[in-house]
Design a protein around this ligand. Sequence first.
Ligand code: BDR
Ligand code: CA
Length: 317
Amino acid sequence: PRRIIIDTDPGVDDAWAIALAVASPELEVLALTTVVGNADLDTSTRNAHTLLSMLERSAIPVAVGAEEPLGGLLPELIANREFVRQIHGASGLGGLPVPDFTPPNDGPHAVEAMAGILAEAAPHSITVVALAPLTNLALLFDRYPEHLDAIDRVYMMGGSGNGVGNVTPVAEFNVWADPEAAQRVLSEPRVEISMIGLDITLLAAVSPADLDHLTTPIGLALTQMVHGYGDIRDDGWPLHDVVVVAALLDDAVIKTQPATVEVDTARGERRGHTRCTFRSGSSRPVDNAGALPERAVATHLDRDRFRDVVLSRLSKL
Ligand code: BDR
Ligand code: CA
């Protein structure tokens, strides 16, 4: 199986993505690493443990990561917390009640845990699934450049291919919450990255009728989460992070195009915007030669395949 690390801030859609990963024999989840994002760090970490216990996979280690974005806890981030709570609910897992407990935090920091896995791994043998602000990964890239060649590819949910936002008109949450980290990660030439942005994940909605397929106890818990998930559109609830795992399982779920991605880190209205410059024809953009590395940026979602892979697997969990 493909060996993956999931960096996450669960989060209703993170929870579904984690469930899909553990439901899939093609993937071996080596660790969950947590970060501040949808919820504060303790809540994200508690939810990661709650999920693994629900999925009967408590043997998967959870390593606790960054408590603050690289760019600091700016006033707008603090002000945004209420908005995020409305999306993912007070527990962070939507309509699923979660027992209040303080999870253990006695293992290595997320960055050390990732570095430890990479240090032992063969070149290009570990896939990183990034479902949250990119703080932990940016720290990893800075502290452990010597281990980065063990990474096969980073698949990230974040930013957007066409510049549409959800926190602001031009910025998607995971990049907006730590633009400095996103910029650091996206400019690292040693690591291949696929970026699945909001413009694509907004198309990945599950409808009330889709949820009827989920009848096992775990399926019902996933349904309960979604019923408290505030991100609801005309065609259902877009499960952003799930697209990343679905694309690992079936590479026809998304199509990508090579593009450079520049993150706006200035303090101002465009903070967190991802400017994607798609390659035209077969040559690299002339004005970028040697500067930003190209990324595989998602440009298309096959929604039927997405729903098939997600529902067929989660309905059996
Ligand atoms: C992203 O933000 C979070 O709220 C979701 O979990 C997802 O990772 C979507 O913008
Ligand atoms: Ca997330």
